[in-house]
Design a protein around this ligand. Structure first.
Ligand code: ASP
Length: 369
C-alpha cells in the first residue's frame, strides 16, 4: 500500500522540516510566478465540520495560487453527517475526488481518526480544543520574519490556554528551539492542559512561568500571543460569561512593551485586542493571516511531493498498550462519537498505571478488572 504523509500534530514534522517549510514559504513570497503552476491538475478538499474564515479560505487560496483547484464544504450541516454518515466514511469518499484533504472537526482526535481511513494526505485544520498545526506554521513564519529567529525569545501567551488549540501546537513547536521562555498569562481556570505541561514542556526542560496580568510581564516579552476565550468549548456558559473579558490589550498597555515586541493573534478576536492597537507597527496579526497562506502553500507542495515519493520519516507514534474493552472517558474525544474506532492507549506513567488516549491525549488510569 502507498505510504502517505499526513499532518495531524506539529510533532509530525521534524524541526528541520519546519525550517524547510519556512524557507519554501519565503521563496514563494518572493517568487510567486515560479509556483503558479506547481499543482496544476491537483485538488484540495476542505472539509470543515466547524466554522472557519481564515483557515478554510487560506487553504483554498493556497491551492488556487499553486494552479490547482478546490472542492469541499464549510459546515457539517452541508454534508452527509446530518444523515448519520461517520467521519471515516466521509473521508474515504472524499479521497476518491481530491489529492489532499484539509479537515476541521469539533471532536478531539478527529483528524487522527480520519488519517487512518484516508487514501490521500490529511491535514488537521483544527480538532476541537486539541491542536491546530497549520496555524502554528503561520505563527512561526510571522515570528521568524519579525525577529529573524525562532530561538531565545520570551513568548507571552495570553487568554484561553486550556481550550485554545493554537496555543498547544505553538508551545509544542517553539519549545523545540533553544532558549525560548514562555510566560503563560491566563486566569487559573484556563491554564494549559496537563498533557502540554507534562508531555511537552517538562520532558524538554522548557522554561516557563505563569502570570495573571498582561501589565505584570509585558515589558519582558519579545512576542505576545493573544487568544480569545473559546466560547464554544465551555460546557457552562456562565463560566464563559465570567471569564470572557479577562484580558484586553490596548494602546495604553502597549506603552510598556519593548519597541520590537510583536503582537500575534490567530484570530478571530473578540475584545481581547482593542482596535487602537491595530495601527501600532508591533501589531502583526493581519500579516500573520497572509503568512498563513504562504505556509499552507509550502505544506501542500511538501505533502503532495512526499505522497508521490513515499519517502519521509515515520511519524513519531508512541507504542500502544491494549487496555481491553476500556474506552476513553473524554466526551469530546472522537472515540466517544465514532464508536467503531479502535481505541488506542499508550503508557504515560508506569509507576502509577497512567495511560493516555492517543486521539485526544486525555490521561486515563488503567481500569481494574
Ligand atoms: N482560528 C483559531 C482556531 O481555529 C483561533 C480561534 O478560533 O480562536 O483555533
Amino acid at each position: 500500500m502507498k505510504r502517505l504523509r499526513h499532518l495531524i500534530d506539529i510533532s509530525d514534522l521534524t524541526t528541520a522540516e519546519i525550517d524547510g517549510l519556512i524557507a519554501t514559504a519565503e521563496d514563494i513570497m518572493t517568487h510567486r510566478a515560479k509556483y503558479a503552476h506547481a499543482c496544476e491538475g491537483k485538488k484540495i478538499a476542505t472539509l470543515f465540520f466547524e466554522p472557519s474564515t481564515r483557515t478554510r479560505l487560506s487553504f483554498e487560496a493556497a491551492m488556487l495560487e499553486l494552479g490547482g483547484s478546490t472542492l469541499g464544504f464549510a459546515s457539517a450541516s452541508a454534508s452527509s453527517t446530518t444523515k448519520g454518515e461517520s467521519v471515516m466514511d466521509t473521508i474515504r469518499t472524499v479521497g476518491a475526488y481530491a489529492d489532499i484533504i484539509a479537515m476541521r472537526h469539533p471532536l478531539e482526535g478527529a483528524a487522527l481518526a480520519a488519517s487512518q481511513r484516508s487514501i490521500v494526505p490529511v491535514v488537521n485544520a483544527g480538532d476541537g480544543g486539541h491542536c491546530h498545526p497549520t496555524q502554528t506554521l503561520a505563527d512561526l513564519l510571522t515570528i521568524k520574519n519579525r525577529h529573524g529567529r525562532l530561538d531565545h525569545l520570551v513568548v507571552g501567551i495570553c487568554g484561553d490556554l486550556k481550550y485554545g488549540r493554537t496555543v498547544h501546537s505553538l508551545i509544542n513547536a517553539l519549545s523545540r528551539y533553544p532558549g525560548n521562555r514562555f510566560v503563560m498569562i491566563s486566569p487559573p481556570e484556563l491554564t494549559i492542559p496537563n498533557y502540554v505541561r507534562y508531555e511537552i514542556l517538562e520532558p524538554r526542560s522548557a522554561e516557563w512561568t505563569e502570570c495573571r496580568t498582561i501589565e505584570d510581564c509585558i515589558a519582558d516579552l519579545d512576542v505576545l500571543y493573544m487568544t480569545r476565550i473559546q466560547r464554544e468549548r465551555f460546557s457552562d456558559i456562565n463560566e464563559y460569561e465570567r471569564l470572557k473579558d479577562s484580558y484586553v490589550l490596548n494602546a495604553e498597555k502597549m506603552k510598556a512593551a519593548k519597541a520590537d515586541m510583536s503582537v500575534l493573534h490567530p484570530l478571530p478576536r473578540v475584545k481581547e485586542i482593542n482596535v487602537d492597537v491595530d495601527d501600532d507597527p508591533r501589531a502583526c496579526y493581519f500579516r500573520q493571516v497572509e503568512y498563513g497562506k504562504f505556509m499552507r502553500m509550502a505544506l501542500i507542495l511538501k505533502l503532495l511531493a512526499d505522497a508521490e515519493s513515499g519517502e519521509f520519516p515515520d511519524p513519531v507514534r508512541r507504542p500502544l498498550t491494549d487496555l481491553g474493552t476500556y474506552r476513553c472517558g473524554n466526551p469530546k474525544c472522537v472515540t466517544a462519537v465514532e464508536t467503531d474506532l479502535k481505541q488506542m492507549f499508550s503508557l504515560r506513567d508506569a509507576t502509577h498505571d497512567i495511560y493516555r488516549c492517543e486521539y485526544c491525549e486525555t490521561k486515563v488510569k488503567k481500569p481494574r478488572y
